[in-house]
Design a binder for this molecule. Structure first.
Ligand code: HEC
Length: 148
């Protein structure tokens, strides 16, 4: 027969495992609203060439991630994406489907998705220069890859 303390220890252990598994499941989920532009929001606008210049700088900016990563950490080259990158926007991206349930994502939504899932932080403000600049950088790379 089990002593009271070993029953308590078993229960505590089960609870810890359960809490860890549910925390992991939750941390793997991203609300679709975090990667979808809210209807009432307005994007930061500027000349495309200027946005591209800022975007190029921000793409290598490790201060955007508390984990010390930049977009360049994983996407230094334009061929660092999966084949889905070549499809017209918005399009299917495997990990977006897995974590948000969304069937398609915009280039801007993809910036937000990697901010959350890969840079380990909050999505950028929808009216921020950084979001518009990184989106222009991604769109520019996309145009080049598609027309290559
Ligand atoms: C830790 C690595 C990592 C970092 C840092 C990272 N990403 Fe990603 N990114 C990925 C992975 C992995 C995928 C592939 C997702 C898939 O295909 O399911 C991806 C895919 C993409 C795609 C292409 C999706 C497609 O197939 O169309 C874009 C665009 C993108 N990331 C932009 C960014 C931007 C912008 C940043 C910086 C804000 C960034 N990523 C930071 C790992 C990263």
């Amino acid at each position: 027969m089990k002593s009271e303390s070993s029953v308590a220890a078993t229960m505590t252990c089960c609870f810890v495992v359960f809490a860890a598994v549910s925390a992991l499941a939750q941390s793997n989920r991203i609300p679709p609203g975090d990667v979808t532009r809210p209807a009432a929001s307005i994007a930061f606008k500027a000349d495309a060439a200027k946005l591209l210049e800022v975007g190029k700088a921000r793409h290598g900016d490790t201060s955007l991630s508390p984990a010390g990563r930049s977009c360049n950490t994983c996407h230094l080259e334009a061929d660092s994406y999966n084949a889905t990158f070549k499809m017209p926007w918005p399009h299917f991206v495997e990990s977006v489907k897995a974590k948000t349930g969304l069937d398609r994502i915009t280039a801007e939504g993809m910036v937000q998705f990697c901010m959350i899932s890969a840079m380990d932080t909050r999505p950028l403000a929808w009216d921020s220069e950084t979001l518009s600049a990184l989106t222009e950088f991604v769109l520019d790379r996309h145009r080049k890859v598609v027309t290559k």
